[in-house]
Write a new protein. Sequence first.
Length: 431
Amino acid sequence: MKSISWKWTALVALAALAALASDSDVKNVTTGAAAFVNFKDEKPGAYRKITIADLPEPYATKGVSNGPKVVPKPADAWPKAPEGFKVERYAELTDEPRELRTAPNGDLFVSDSNKGKVEVFRGITKDGKPEQHSVFATGLKNNFGIAFYPLGQNPEWIYLANTNSVIRYHYSNGDLQATGQPETIIAQLPAGGGHWTRDLAFSPDGTRLFVSVGSASNVDDPDTHPKETRRANILEFTPEGKFVKIYAAGIRNPVGIAINPTTGQLWCSVNERDMLGDNLVPDYITSVKEDGFYGWPWYYMGDHQDPRLAGTHPELKGKVTVPDILLQPHNASLELTFYNGTQFPEEFRGDIFAAEHGSWNRSVRAGYEVIRVPLNDGKSNGVYGDFLTGFVTEDGNVWGRPVGVATAPDGSLMVSDDASKSIWRVSYTGK
């Protein structure tokens, strides 16, 4: 028995050392109450870990409405990245870029939700600009999600998510414009109210189509508000559009979804609820447990019951899944991607990058950045860090709001920003 115990202890120690080695660039992680910060504390390369034990009581501070004033980019303003990285303005658009998705052939597809169109950017010139630019499709309705199918290097379809439906066009590598008429795959998704974005992802075997649908409200109880039917969920369909089931529930607004290429598991990026105070409730990024329940609207972060719905659904206590990575509350975490390039240093490969659109429900702003979540064998220990910052002026006005993230063929990271109407390119130079 002693021998078995000794071997087990040794294995645990070796696993811990391996985890530390894989995240050797992550140092000086801020924890506890100090991990709750605002834009003034956000610095490229700074890391934090927020835990359930760090959460304050509801209404420890007053819930506020503090939306940003969006201003033109000041002449001396530029996104800030960690040492060794370079930031360039890849494209400056007339409209608002939202989700980014890299096609198998390397083209960058961009959703413009406001104008109801999808654009395509191809290549990078010596000056860091696109070699080609084209409008792929128009006539969409608050479109966001983009996915290619079948998976692999030779897709036959591109799927596009409107706020109320999913359509697809025939697609061949290199298409810069849609050909033919779109086919409606899912004729009706829950729509109306708040949280209009719909993201898309296919399971690794191509048999499941996941669609994210946010809630229509902050904390309206679905028992008494029919508008919340099949909302605050990730829905599962077949690739042909047949509804299968609610894959995971109680996720207030799973804006971005993606498949972890290391584990094959679905992950999501989530906007949690508002008006419980500056530091409640944390937004989060998490692997998604099939048939899991994440609490909304009755509970949050495990068995913490929302005081506005006190006493409801006591049978759910003990059944709420706790997310993997707790972020700054009200960050408005949007699209996420798993870095699959080779340009960045090796310790970045396979990690998550996510766009934080920025708070409106905090007395001092937080978010307005791109974060990095280090992963070890596709799993997180709850730590995340600032990667791309500098979008807020010293007086608290905002000139940039990250929305989308995608890896370019050369391994640089592309970031859409719907405030300055830009696509930023972050490359590693080592200088």
